[in-house]
Design a protein around this ligand. Structure first.
Ligand code: NAD
Ligand code: 0WE
Length: 260
C-alpha cells in the first residue's frame, strides 16, 4: 500500500521523459496516486498523452500558465473528471534565452524580467487561486521547483535567479494564506539536471562536473530522487511541514569550501 493511496494529483510541467515533473509523476504513481496532466501547447500534447498513459492516466488538459483564461478553463475541465483533488505540482519556468547568459546587468530587460517573474513565480499564485475551491478542507499540498540561483549569485542564471527568489517567497506567503484551508505549500531546490530547460545552456556540462566533484555525495541528482522527495512532501507523512524549501542536490548547497 503506497503512501499516496486515494490521493489525486495534477501535474503541470511535463515536456519530455527527462522533465523533473515526469520524475515526480512516476514517484507519485508508484505510491498509489491517481494523476492528471497538463501540456503547454499543441506541440507537446501527444508526448504528454503517451507519458500519462504509462501512469494509467487519461486526463490530459491544455494550459499555458501565461493567461488567466487558460488557468480557469483548466479547472473547469478538471472539474468534469474530479470534484476535488489533493496535490498540485508546479514544475514550470521561463525566461528569454538571451537573458540566461553573460552579464546580468547588461543583459536583463524590463520585458524579460516581467516574463520570467510572471511564468516562473506568479503562475504558482494564479494556479492556487483557481485550484483553492477544489483543494480546501481536506489535507492537500502544493509543490514547486526552485534552484540555488535564488539564494546565491551564479553565472548565467541571471534574471531566473530573481524569479526563483520570488517563487521561494511565494511559497512562504502561500503557506501562510492557505494553511487555514489545510493546504500545505512547499518547494524543492533541485541540483542541476539535464532536461529540455537545460538544453542549450552554455557550460551545463561544466556545472554537472562541478557538482559531481564538490557535492558531499559526489554525484548529480536524478529526476527520480527529486520525485521521491516531492511525493513525500505532498503526502500525509509530511503533514507538519509547510512553507519550506527542501534541497535535493546531493548536499551541494551546504558546502563552503572544497579542495582540502
Ligand atoms: P522541462 O523543460 O522539462 O520543464 C519545464 C516545463 O515548463 C515544460 O514542461 C514547459 O512546457 C513548461 N512551461 C514553460 N512555460 C510555460 C507556460 N507558459 N505555460 C505552461 N507551461 C510552461 O525542464 P525541467 O528542468 O524539468 O524544469 C522544471 C522545473 O524545475 C522548472 O521550474 C525549473 O526551473 C526547475 N529546476 C530545474 C533544474 C534543472 O537543472 N533542470 C534544477 C532546479 C530546478
Ligand atoms: O530553472 C532552470 C532553467 C529554466 C529555464 C530554461 C530555459 C531554456 C530555454 C527558463 N527559461 C528558459 N528559456 C529558454 O528559452 N534551471 C535550474 C536549469 C538551469 O538553467 C540555467 C542554469 C541551470 C542550472 C541557466 C544558466 C545557468 C545555469
Amino acid at each position: 500500500m503506497g503512501f499516496l493511496e486515494n490521493k489525486k494529483a495534477l501535474i503541470i510541467g511535463v515536456a519530455s521523459n527527462r522533465s523533473i515533473a515526469w520524475g515526480v509523476a512516476k514517484a507519485m504513481h508508484a505510491q498509489g496516486a491517481e494523476l492528471a496532466f497538463t501540456y503547454q501547447n499543441d506541440r507537446l500534447q501527444s508526448r504528454v498523452e503517451k507519458l500519462a498513459k504509462e501512469c494509467g492516466s487519461d486526463i490530459v488538459l491544455p494550459c499555458d500558465v501565461a493567461t488567466d483564461e487558460n488557468i480557469s478553463d483548466l479547472f473547469k475541465q478538471l472539474g468534469t473528471h474530479w470534484s476535488e483533488f489533493d496535490i498540485l505540482v508546479h514544475s514550470v519556468a521561463f525566461a528569454p534565452k538571451e537573458e540566461l547568459e553573460g552579464d546580468f546587468v547588461d543583459n536583463t530587460t524590463r520585458e524579460g524580467s516581467k516574463l520570467a517573474h510572471d511564468i516562473s513565480s506568479y503562475s504558482l499564485t494564479a494556479l492556487a487561486k483557481a485550484a483553492r475551491p477544489m483543494m480546501s478542507g481536506h489535507p492537500s499540498a502544493i509543490i514547486s521547483l526552485t534552484y540555488l540561483g535564488a539564494m546565491k549569485a551564479m553565472p548565467n542564471y541571471n534574471v531566473m535567479g530573481l524569479a526563483k527568489a520570488s517563487l521561494e517567497a511565494n511559497t512562504r506567503y502561500m503557506a501562510y494564506a492557505l494553511g487555514p484551508d489545510n493546504i500545505r505549500v512547499n518547494c524543492i531546490s533541485a541540483g542541476p539536471i539535464r532536461t529540455l530547460a537545460a538544453a542549450g545552456i552554455g557550460d551545463f556540462r561544466k556545472m554537472l562536473d562541478h557538482v559531481e566533484q564538490n557535492a558531499p555525495l559526489r554525484k548529480n541528482v536524478s529526476i527520480d530522487e527529486v520525485g521521491n522527495v516531492a511525493a513525500f512532501l505532498c503526502s500525509d507523512l509530511a503533514s507538519g511541514i509547510t512553507g519550506e524549501i527542501t534541497y535535493v542536490d546531493a548536499g551541494f548547497n551546504i558546502v563552503g569550501m572544497t579542495g582540502y
